[in-house]
Structure formats: C-alpha cells, structure tokens
Design a protein around this ligand. Sequence first.
Ligand code: SF4
Length: 271
Amino acid sequence: MNKNVTIHYPQDEMNTVLLPVTTGCSYNKCSFCSMYKDEKYSEVPLRDIEMILLHGYKYTEKVFLTGADPMAIGFHKMKAILDLIAKHLPYCARVASYAAIKSIAKYSMEELSILHNAGLRLLYIGFETGRDDILELMNKGHTVEDAIQQGKKLNRAKLPFNTIIMYGIAGEGQARDNAIATAEMINQFETNKVITMNLIVFAGTKLKTMVENHTFTQASRNERLIEIQTLLETLDPEKEMEFDTTHPTNIIRIKGKLPKERQRLIRQLIN
Ligand code: SF4
C-alpha cells in the first residue's frame, strides 16, 4: 500500500477509530516507499486488539484497520478481528482497511465474501499503475493481470474497494501512455473510487538512487496534469465512480463522479 513519510489516512476515515493490526510492512520492497524502511514487520496479537476494543467507545460506527497491509494477516485472524469488533463495538457499521494485491490473492472469493458479511466493508488498494514495466521498475510485487483478477474477484465477493493510483510513476515522457494503461486496467472492474497520489521521491528509497543515477527522470508538473486529464478522458466506468485527487501529495485538488462530471473535472483541471 502506498503511503508516504507522514501517515495520511484516507480523508473519509478521519472520524473513525484507528485499530492497529500490523506494524511495519510485510513486503517493504517498493522502490518509491520509505514508510517502513526501518521498522520490523509484526502482527498485533489478538489479545492486544481485544484490549483496545474493550476500552473503546461502545457507540463507534466506523473502524479503520491500520498497518501497511492488514490483509496480510490471513483469513482466520482477519475474521477473528472482525468478530471481536462486532462483539465489543456493536454499533460499528463499517470496517475499512488498506490491502495489497498480493495479499488479496491469498483469499478465496468465498473467504472475501465471509469477511464482507462479518463487517469488512471497504478496502483501499494500491494499484499504482496499469503498466507491467513500471510495476516491475517500482518492484510492486504484482502484475497488471494480477491486479485485474483480484479486482474482479472482489467484485464477485461484493466487497467494495477504492483504487489508489500514482501519477508521475512512469517518469518523463510517459504521462499519456501510463494514464491510458492505468485507466484501461481500472475499466476492467468496478471500484467505488479512484484516489490519485502524486509520485514523490523520498530520501533513502531505491527510486532516489535511480534519480541520482539518471536511470529515472521525473515527469514535469505539466506532464502530471496531462496524466490526470488523460485518466479523466479514458476512465469509462459502467457504474458511477468517484474520482478524487484530494490526497495531500496531489498537485491539484479535484473531486467528482465519473462519468457524469467528467467535463466539469476536466474544466477545473485545465483552468
Ligand atoms: S507495500 Fe510497498 S508501498 Fe505499501 S508500505 Fe509496503 S513497501 Fe510501502
């Protein structure tokens, strides 16, 4: 899951209880990420999670599971956590979590459906890009085909998810091509929302070394705007979907529904 130096939980989740499930990142190899570089991966024991819930506000309505990729803990522990939330926070209507494509791949459609019925109502997934060469360059650990398959599986399990992508990730001269490939990937499944982030080169990352070695050249601001515009022009959801560039890393803040507000969003972008 892509996060940056400061943890920015999704803005929709600001009024929710944050429940720690993992620390560090079970993968920790993405070229652009420095978030958990010096932190060892571990899972919060169930007894600790229950203690937090026991001392929680009984009337809590939303819980966000924290950690780079809480779905990495596997089906049985995730189900146990959802059951504990239902037991101690009986008014909780929605549990949301970050998730990585490679973790979702470990769950069957039936397991995802069981988790949905047990209260898991929204995942935030780092798809990043629809180009295999860029996924490989950024060492994301999944392919475009993996991403499409997992997106479709979540659709079959009726487990909603938001799609996080990153413009600028393909570097200089690649904006249009990356946007088209990414939009075409997203057009293969149903997602509640596309959340954009802007590539930032952080100290201590492999990407920083690539920039210093001139093996990666960053896209200009103008190219990044073209990338957002191309995404808006190419995304073609069957079901209404939100497009949201309000995460703090973004160079411009726009938000609206696709396809009906496509023209308004493009006007806002180019004006
Ligand atoms: S999965 Fe990748 S982007 Fe997400 S926290 Fe781990 S290393 Fe960073």
